[in-house]
Each structure stands twice: as structure tokens, then as C-alpha cells.
Design a protein around this ligand. Structure first.
Ligand code: DAH
Length: 363
């Protein structure tokens, strides 16, 4: 076998053998040659290079420590050669490292198209939205359109046009958050304010629902909150009667809770409807037998309703001699609490994922 032994290496080995000091120039040349032909493969090889040449015990560092033996007249020349060598080694090392990192990165972003994808954690709809969507869907099937109104209202739309006379005690029942007084600007206490806005801006027939958020200055407890949601309904046309109201709400209750749901109306009072009623549905938990959700009555109240008061029609420039109508307002949280047997209304607003992810919806 034939090995080609470079001349300089031969000399080097020879001197080593004779235990004679190798001239600085030869050492520099040899290292230079070695580092220029160094084979790099990955981070590990780059690190080996650094250890071999540039570390504290590395060959180049070693040359620097031998520098003091160099004859003074040669120092200038060797100083430069040594510094050049060190810079060269450093730049080779930097480049090798850079390439190794790029290689690693490339490897990690290689796309394997056959790999099953990671499932993205999808959120779920908020229970209040699920119930609102379900209600909206049921009413749109019988021709109700959906409208919205502002959450910040004036006195006229929230109270006066709804036939709440000034100083009337019915205003007190709706503990109001006022933003400004005289003229009063407030957070709407109910979605009935949207009735006024819609009637002011259109003429019958009007058949719409208005879902939205409402605010009341109530002490927060398991059963009440200062923020909640309602779905308001309004139907104004010629010859609309209480029978139409009842039939629509029967339809709603059965679609919403099931065909075996029973319904009852109790007389009530609202300034903007006459006559007024509250509607109860048979308790879905105990089916009328009595349980702690329905407080052992077998019934649960889900909405207020009535025939739109003629004063309200007149305030909104709709001819009350020609048109009649009905309205209703459903509380979303209450209904959702009943459906899902949630015992504490505060859970809806705490943003606790453990609670929220339990609800699934088709819409
Ligand atoms: N606005 C009423 C409330 O918040 C609910 C209500 C009752 C709305 C009767 C109506 C209605 O449209 O006719 O308590």
C-alpha cells in the first residue's frame, strides 16, 4: 500500500522524533493547512474543531503561549501570522456552526405530508349563545326577522315611549345604571327599547325578534346578575289578537323544549302591554312532579308578554286604531339555567373553560 506523505509533515515528524523544537512558521503552516481541509458535519464536529484549535488548550491558543520564545526581530511577522491564523480558524468555526444550525432547522421544518395532523383545540359556543341561536332559529322559521338595538339608551326608548310615566314605580323595578342625568343616558334595562326603535323606523306589518344584552343594578347572586340577555319579540299588524300571541308562544315552547311541554299563562303587569301575562312552562327536570329547580311547583317562568299598549303604538307613530300587536321578552340565562340545570348564573360570566366546554350545539 502506498501513502503519500506530505513533505512538511515528514519534516515535522522527523523533528518531533529528534525532539528538536519545530519552527513557529511550520507550526502555523501546518495548522493552517489542517483547518482549511477540516471536514464538518453538524454541530458536534464544529465543537470538536473549537476544542482542538481555539479552546484554552487548543493548538492555536498554545501557539500564542509559545510566542514569547520567538526572537524579538521576528515577533512582528509571527504576530501577524498568528493573528491571521486565529481569525481564520474563528471564521471557519463560525461558518461551520451557522451551517449546522441551518441544517438542523431545515431538518425540523421538513414537512411530512403523510403525518396525521394535530387536532387544533377548537373552542365551543357559549351556552348563552347556544340558547339565543336556538331561539332565533325557531322564530325565523315562522317569519320573524332579527334586529338589534344599542345597549346605551336614552330615557325615551327605555322608558317613556314604553309607557313608563315619569316617577312611576315601575321604573324602580328596573334598577338602572345611569351614565348621565338630565337628559338621561343609561344602560338599557331590557330589550323592549328595541321595540320602540323598530316601530319608529318602520310601518306594520312588523314581525321581528331582538336578541341582546341588558343591564340592571342588582346585587350579584346565584340567581341574578347585573348583566344578562333577553330575546324580545314584536308582531304588529291588522287584527293581531291575544290568541295569536298564545299560539306563537305555544309553538315556541314546544319547539324549544319538546313537544310534550305544557304551558300556562298568568296575568301580570307591564306598562307597555295590556293585557299582560307571564308564561310558565312545565318543568323539564321533573316533568311536573316537583323538584328543587321548579321549587316543587312543577312550573318554570320563562317570559313576560302581552298585547302592545295603544299608548306605545301612538308614541311610535303607529296608528293604534288600525293596528294591534303583541310583544314578549324571554330571559336567556334563566332559560339556559333550566335547560342545562345550571344552579348559579355567575358561571356564565366567569370564563371558566371547564364550565364552558361542556356545552355543545348544532347551531
Ligand atoms: N321587558 C320586560 C322585562 O325586562 C319583559 C317583557 C315583558 C317584554 C312583557 C315584553 C313584554 O315585550 O311584552 O322584564
Amino acid at each position: 500500500m502506498y501513502f503519500r506523505i506530505p513533505q512538511r509533515n515528514l519534516l515535522y515528524s522527523l523533528l518531533k522524533l529528534l525532539n528538536r523544537p519545530i519552527p513557529m512558521k511550520d507550526k502555523i503552516d501546518k495548522i493552517l493547512k489542517d483547518i482549511e481541509s477540516y471536514k464538518f458535519d453538524g454541530k458536534e464536529a464544529a465543537e470538536q474543531f473549537r476544542l482542538k484549535y481555539l479552546s484554552k488548550k487548543g493548538q492555536i491558543t498554545d501557539l500564542f503561549s509559545q510566542f514569547r520564545h520567538v526572537a524579538p526581530e521576528e515577533r512582528k511577522t509571527f504576530g501577524k501570522l498568528l493573528n491571521d491564523l486565529k481569525n481564520k480558524a474563528q471564521s471557519i468555526f463560525d461558518e461551520a456552526n451557522k451551517q449546522a444550525s441551518a441544517q438542523e432547522e431545515k431538518g425540523s421544518t421538513d414537512i411530512d405530508l403523510t403525518r396525521p395532523s394535530l387536532s387544533a383545540p377548537l373552542g365551543s359556543r357559549h351556552p348563552v349563545s347556544i340558547v339565543r341561536n336556538k331561539m332565533t332559529d325557531i322564530f325565523s322559521r315562522i317569519g320573524f326577522t332579527v334586529e338589534e338595538g344599542p345597549e346605551i339608551e336614552n330615557d325615551w326608548h327605555n322608558f317613556t315611549a314604553l309607557n313608563f310615566p315619569e316617577e312611576h314605580p315601575a321604573r324602580d323595578m328596573q334598577d338602572t345604571f345611569f351614565i348621565e342625568k338630565d337628559p338621561d343616558i343609561l344602560l338599557r334595562t331590557h330589550t323592549s327599547s328595541v321595540q320602540v326603535r323598530v316601530m319608529e323606523n318602520s310601518q306594520p306589518p312588523i314581525r321581528s325578534i331582538f336578541p341582546g344584552r341588558v343591564f340592571r343594578n342588582e346585587a350579584i347572586s346565584a340567581r341574578s346578575h347585573c348583566i344578562f340577555h333577553q330575546v324580545e319579540g314584536l308582531y304588529i299588524d291588522k287584527d293581531v289578537s291575544f290568541a295569536d300571541l298564545k299560539q306563537t308562544l305555544y309553538y315556541f315552547a314546544r319547539e324549544f323544549l319538546g313537544q310534550d311541554t305544557r304551558v300556562r299563562f298568568r296575568p301580570s303587569y307591564f306598562p307597555f302591554t295590556e293585557p299582560s301575562a307571564e308564561m310558565d312552562v312545565s318543568c323539564q327536570i321533573c316533568h311536573g312532579k316537583g323538584c328543587n329547580v321548579c321549587k316543587y311547583t312543577g312550573w318554570l317562568e320563562i317570559l313576560g308578554c302581552g298585547m302592545v299598549h295603544p299608548n306605545v303604538l301612538d308614541f311610535c307613530k303607529i296608528n293604534s286604531k288600525k293596528y294591534t300587536g303583541y310583544a314578549f321578552g324571554i330571559g336567556i340565562e334563566r332559560t339556559a339555567m333550566m335547560m342545562y340545570q345550571v344552579k348559579d348564573i355567575r358561571l356564565y360570566y366567569e370564563n371558566d373553560i371547564r364550565f364552558l366546554k361542556q356545552f355543545t350545539s348544532a347551531i
